[in-house]
Design a binder for this molecule. Structure first.
Ligand SMILES: [Zn+2]
Ligand SMILES: [Zn+2]
Ligand SMILES: [Zn+2]
Ligand SMILES: [Zn+2]
Length: 308
């Protein structure tokens, strides 16, 4: 049955125990979905004094995250979240007894009766939500912090916009400009090394908002290209109030792009991979640069304006 003899303890467990762990069932999840709707009707009651004990009970002992149905328990009553269950090789992490497949309905029901503040309370959200709809709210909460928009490094800093603006300036040494028009030069001495070709970020402030101008080289299929695009430091619904244009040219030719800035909620990579910006073929970029095609020298001008 298991031709692999890996010594891997997971497979060993499977061999020794005929009873294989069931993955969480889809019906269980659907059932919870309906449940959520029921409880949110009675949302926002004032009796929000929740003992921390109950909240602690709902913390998975392995991953320490809040547990959502199906919540599992061992025959001694220790609980475990459904994400961790498949990873503990059918052993209760608390008492090491066999875990089996027992669901803890009582705790699931207690959870359904809880109402908790949004986890972005410190960022200004005052919402209080039934336990099971809290996660959904938090994934869309307008107070949730933004990721650092700096591309090219795995920066994990998060925060609100004013915080991220200072972070970009102080920690990433990003160029800051004020005003809604710009005129930028990108110079690179060996444009044939597209892999090494640098990307750049400039931050513009205008209309009381902040915008990130990205410029970088990437591979579009087999073709090396450059892309420039603008991102809005704020949510998508506000980003749509603005437009921008970019122009690049030389030797009597000109390319013009007009677009809508994308929210920094969309990752830099996502915007780039959807080609939502000014794309310049490398050959054309070198032609724009003039000279002996050994140097990339692009002048990008642009403008940001507010739509009514
Ligand atoms: Zn867990
Ligand atoms: Zn146990
Ligand atoms: Zn919130
Ligand atoms: Zn950063």
């Amino acid at each position: 049955m298991f031709p692999m003899s890996t010594g891997n303890s997971y497979f060993d467990d499977l061999r020794n125990k005929p009873e294989v762990i069931d993955p969480p069932q889809m019906e269980d999840l659907l059932e919870v979905g309906e449940h959520v709707n029921d409880t949110s009707e009675s949302a926002l009651k004032p009796n929000v004094t929740i003992s921390t004990n109950v909240r602690e009970l709902l913390e998975c002992p392995v991953c320490l995250n809040a547990m959502y149905p199906p919540i599992h328990q061992c025959s001694n009553g220790h609980t475990l979240c459904s994400g961790c269950k498949p990873r503990v090789h059918n052993r209760c992490p608390t008492c090491r007894h066999e875990l089996g497949n027992i669901r803890c309905l009582a705790l699931e029901k207690v959870a359904a009766s809880l109402e908790l503040p949004c986890k972005y309370q410190n960022f200004g959200c005052i919402g209080i939500y039934p336990y099971y709809s809290k996660l959904k709210h938090e994934s869309q909460c307008t107070f949730r912090p933004y990721n650092c928009p700096y591309a090219g490094s795995e920066c994990s800093v998060i925060g609100d916009i004013p915080f991220l603006v200072s972070h970009l300036k102080d920690d990433h040494k990003v160029d800051m400009h004020s005003g809604s028009t710009f005129n930028h030069r990108y110079v690179k001495s060996n444009p044939h090394e597209v892999e090494n070709a640098t990307w750049m970020l400039t931050v513009f402030s205008c209309f009381g908002q902040y915008f990130c101008l990205h410029f970088e080289a990437f591979q579009l299929g087999m073709a090396p290209v450059y892309i420039a695009f603008l991102r809005f430091m704020g949510d998508d619904n506000e980003a749509k109030n603005y437009s921008y244009s970019l122009e690049v040219g030389g030797n009597g030719r000109k390319m013009i792009w007009q677009g809508v800035p994308r929210s920094i909620r969309d990752s830099h990579r996502k915007v780039r991979d959807s080609f939502d910006g000014l794309i310049i073929q490398r050959n054309m970029a070198l032609f724009f640069s003039g000279g002996d095609r050994k140097e990339l020298k692009l002048r990008v001008t642009g403008r940001i304006w507010k739509e009514n």
